[in-house]
Design a protein around this ligand. Structure first.
Ligand code: NAG
Ligand code: NAG
Ligand code: NAG
Length: 254
């Protein structure tokens, strides 16, 4: 019984593997969300677990059209696995996509074209819970400037600060941030996004969530596999996850 249900679960894995959400993400260098128009290039690439994700392309939408980096006029140049972009529109949004239409999370940038304006130094990519982030306000000449920091859209203290430090980030720190100076320079608003560290067994959780979405038949099979394994002895959560992952790997090796 155990072998039958395990191999059926494997078939389910093969059936849904084309539909699973990918772990591919857009890598951003420098990891900043605001830029002065014409000041610097941003290097974008598609990565999976730190490695270049083959077959994935950096994309954007503009005027209702989805464009590929390097192919659309004025949208980036390819440099190895990087898409080098000179940002110009007030807000630009990019993501990675493969030929089957799977997409990564999107990343947006704000461009400051006002010559008296300032920019807020804030990460473009989501920040891990528990980490620290230092927000600074920069002028076009690159110098940091003491500023009022708008935290999650709230009025700041009536006092300028050289920087605003958020320690031990939690989900509650998500929101809109901006800065403004005594000289009247304002930055655009940008969102700080916060992500929990990946839970153990993330792969298996992702797998199960897709089984739930795509096939009641697969759920019952997977559940019966779980139950068979539980019956087999007192195994910890980690061991169960390892077992399932091993089964999946075996099926892919066929
Ligand atoms: C900020 O404080 C200064 C004095 O330190 C005061 O003159 C000014 O009115 C205050 N502004 C606001 C918006 O409270
Ligand atoms: C960070 O925040 C978490 C949750 O609020 C708390 O349990 C932990 O002790 C904090 N760590 C530090 C170093 O302050
Ligand atoms: C930022 O967002 C807040 C809240 O939505 C708004 O009050 C403020 O005017 C915005 N600031 C800028 C510079 O767009």
């Amino acid at each position: 019984m155990k072998y039958v249900s395990v191999s059926l679960a494997g078939v389910c894995v093969l059936l849904v593997s084309a539909l699973t959400v990918s772990a591919v993400s857009l890598s951003v260098s420098p990891n900043l969300q605001q830029f002065f128009r014409g000041s610097s290039s941003v290097y974008l690439s598609c990565v999976d677990d730190g490695q270049t994700a083959d077959g994935w392309t950096v994309k954007r939408t503009r005027g209702g059209l989805t464009e590929d980096c390097g192919a659309a006029p004025g949208f980036g140049r390819l440099l190895g696995s990087y898409c080098v972009v000179d940002l110009s529109a007030p807000i630009e949004t990019f993501w990675c996509e493969d030929s089957s239409g799977q997409q990564s999370d999107r990343v947006s940038f704000s461009v400051q074209s006002d010559t008296t304006g300032v920019i807020l130094e804030i990460p473009a990519l989501p920040v891990r819970t528990g980490s620290d982030v230092i927000l600074r306000c920069r002028q076009r000449n690159g110098a940091t400037v003491a500023a009022y920091f708008f935290i999650k859209g709230h009025e700041p203290e009536n006092k300028t600060k050289p920087e605003h430090i958020i320690t031990n980030i939690t989900q509650a720190d998500e929101g809109l941030y901006s800065c403004s100076t005594d000289q009247g320079g304002n930055s655009p608003n940008s969102s700080l996004r916060v992500r929990a560290p990946p839970p153990p067994c993330q792969f298996v959780l992702r797998l199960f969530s897709h089984l739930v979405v795509f096939s009641p038949y697969c759920i019952s099979t997977a559940v019966s596999m779980e139950m068979t394994q539980r019956d087999g002895g007192a195994q910890g959560l980690d061991e169960e996850c390892d077992d399932v992952t091993a089964d999946v790997t075996t099926e892919h090796d066929f």
